[in-house]
Design a protein around this ligand. Sequence first.
Ligand SMILES: Nc1ncnc2c1ncn2[C@@H]1O[C@H](COP(=O)(O)OP(=O)(O)O)[C@@H](O)[C@H]1O
Ligand SMILES: [Mg+2]
Length: 354
Amino acid sequence: MEYLRLARVTVGYRKGEPILSDFDLTVREGELVSLLGPSGCGKTTTLRTIAGFLFPWSGRVLLKDKDYTRVPPHRRNFGLVYQNYALFPHLSVFENVAFGLRMRRLPREEIRRRVEEALRLVSLEGLERRLPGQLSGGQRQRVALARALVIRPELLLLDEPLSNLDAKLRAGMRTELKRIQRELSVTAIYVTHDQSEAMALSDRVVLMRAGRIEQEGTPAELYFRPATPFAADFMGFTNRFDAVVEAREGGELVLRAGRVRLRVRGEDLAPGTEVTVAIRPSSLRLFPPGGEGIPGRVVSHAFQGESVQYVVETGLGELVVVHPESTPRFSPGDEVVARAAPDEVAVFPRKEDA
Ligand SMILES: Nc1ncnc2c1ncn2[C@@H]1O[C@H](COP(=O)(O)OP(=O)(O)O)[C@@H](O)[C@H]1O
Ligand SMILES: [Mg+2]
């Protein structure tokens, strides 16, 4: 069911310079939706508009069909979590979490019960008396999450909440955030510029570019079927070259790029159409020379833990190839052929902007 809706919202910071224009967004009840996109594309602006810190110049914000467009932040029962935690440094963990409940003048006993419950949810029982300065970054972010959840928010808004944590902690917190969000069935909007974070957490991903929605869909839809060159690039289809559609055969297209022929999943493109081809490094495989594929020569290889990354020089430019292997099968100087599964190649008519 539709829960939150931004309807044709135009908003910005300076008159005449809108950041979002006619922006539409729908979030269903219980969903976790990520706003994903490069720095400066308007993710935080969107979140601030939802939270009520920015009022739309035009358009409307609706929650459960109630008009929230002009409702100030303190009258919205939303939980907010920021990158920098924003805890009160002089208040204990308990008082930080209790803050929203004291503001709402709840009875003492209920405050105690709900704070304890929230701290248990984020696995911080026992740390009630500590000050934020006596906690690790991960623990601080858990306090911030408990503080946002303890008010039983109608919406949970998270702005790059894991960006200040180191990589290992980030992966663990991701899983935990998802568990908590599921457990409470709280509707959540999660802002991130990290593609893999959005993929791992979200029911739906909204990819933004310069104040507009570039593409929205499930993580799998964006990951496997980027709709534009920008989306493809953002989803890691970093190998790119130009080609021309030579023929349509069965469900497939035959592309020609220089002297190379390539079969790809059938888009509805007529022979003669000029296209951009985009392929993820992990979708390419190297073979000894011969047969179909993109011929080239290995320039370098680098270990990446569970995989080896090759750079291969080809007639179509340098290709990056990532093989899941622990010892490189090819060495610099080796002649190879690169092939991609037809289903994993993204093809876009060239007229579209890059
Ligand atoms: N307080 C502000 N005053 C003026 N411009 C701002 C302000 N905050 C953000 N902007 C501008 O709005 C645009 C979108 O910013 P923001 O929503 O913060 O992007 P993101 O969160 O995706 O990185 C950027 O061009 C940014 O410079
Ligand atoms: Mg931001």
